[in-house]
Write a new protein. Structure first.
Length: 96
């Protein structure tokens, strides 16, 4: 599994009945990379989701998470959180 850029031009759509199709530029960094690991994350009320790791990208992951928001923002009950996890590796024994 991986991410590829669509050949035809992407068309943004206006929000309609609680949904929206739009670009998320920060996620374009994953285009062309193969997904090599998927981890389940989250817990009840804090959002269940997945964290995807890509081949040759050791310090970033793609996160997709379903979150319950109640009435905030108004009229939304469940939303999708999409983000990028950034990892910093620290090896104390190498910093002597």
């Amino acid at each position: 599994m991986g991410f590829k850029r669509r050949i035809e031009q992407f068309q943004e759509e206006s929000p309609n009945e609680g949904s929206c199709v739009c670009r998320v530029p920060i996620l374009e960094q994953f285009i062309g990379f193969e997904v090599v690991e998927v981890r389940q994350i989250g817990e009840v009320w804090n959002g269940h989701g997945f964290e995807l790791s890509c081949k040759d990208v050791p310090d970033k992951t793609l996160i997709g998470q379903s979150i319950f928001t109640g009435s905030e923002p108004e009229d939304f009950d469940d939303c999708m959180r999409i983000g990028v996890g950034n990892y910093i590796y620290h090896a104390p024994e190498l910093n002597k």
